[in-house]
Design a protein around this ligand. Sequence first.
Ligand code: C2E
Ligand code: MG
Ligand code: MG
Ligand code: MG
Length: 276
Amino acid sequence: TSKSMGKNKITVFTPRILQQKERKLEMTELLRESMERECAGFSVRYQPQVDSATKALYGAEALARWNCTSFGQVSPLEFIPILEQSGMIIQVGKWIFRRAVEQCREWRKLKPDFHMSINLSYLQLLEEDFIIFVEETLEVLGVPYENITLELTETYLIEQDGTVHDMLQSLQEKGIQVAMDDFGVGYSSLFELKNTPADIVKIDRGFVKGLTSDVFTATFIRSITELCHNVGKQVCMEGVETSEEYDIVKDIGLDLIQGFYFGQPIVPEMFEKRFF
Ligand code: C2E
Ligand code: MG
Ligand code: MG
Ligand code: MG
């Protein structure tokens, strides 16, 4: 413990840092094994997105899961950065994208305007063949661009050279939607909101807690919604968990809602039973 080892933080924390490094190294190896076995161990869960006013189903966000042979279920907050740092995100990201588009194809049979939202890493956009990959995947699976939304965090959208911007724009011209994920935290500012090519702005779920308790949060969301609507962007509120939160968000008049109040990320079979 820190007491028995004195106040020197270096000696206290070194074993833990080593342990974390070991965990990361081992996980990198296991992720590589998974990837090489045609992404065995990876799966995709789906969380509903609903129309704010009517609660009607709009679509789903595809969220990656990894079940590891030694660590069990690992959070994407842990394994996505490892995939990014090791470059594996390119191959695994393609697998996730294809899987989500296949699922979209199935659900379009039940609801032709079903929208599938897929998270992307910046690194995927830097790949030269990314556009061709998207075009081919949608063409082969017969899913229109209009049914697909690409979710990117604002930093990815802003810290980009012209190439990525042009790439997103050419996909948008074909009908694909781009969503700015986690708006309001990190490096976001109104300047960045102005310059983002996004069609949909997803307000970070960190703001939901304040909705029922402080005036600033509700006013902030109301103002951002008005601003976005005035420049033709849609707004999605993430992380709505209770009926009180839903009532306030509905009253604000933003477009889409996603959160545990409507459903957690679940396997496709369960999603189908509950939401179609
Ligand atoms: P995100 O894209 O912002 O996804 C929303 C996260 O918020 C999901 O966590 C979801 O389960 C959680 N969430 C949704 N509604 C609620 C709610 O009402 N309450 C609470 N407490 N949480 C809620 P998840 O699935 O653990 O994913 C975490 C992050 O990992 C994602 O955040 C995304 O940044 C990343 N991620 C997940 N799948 C992928 C993927 O396929 N590719 C990439 N590049 N990143 C991914
Ligand atoms: Mg997302
Ligand atoms: Mg988000
Ligand atoms: Mg997030």
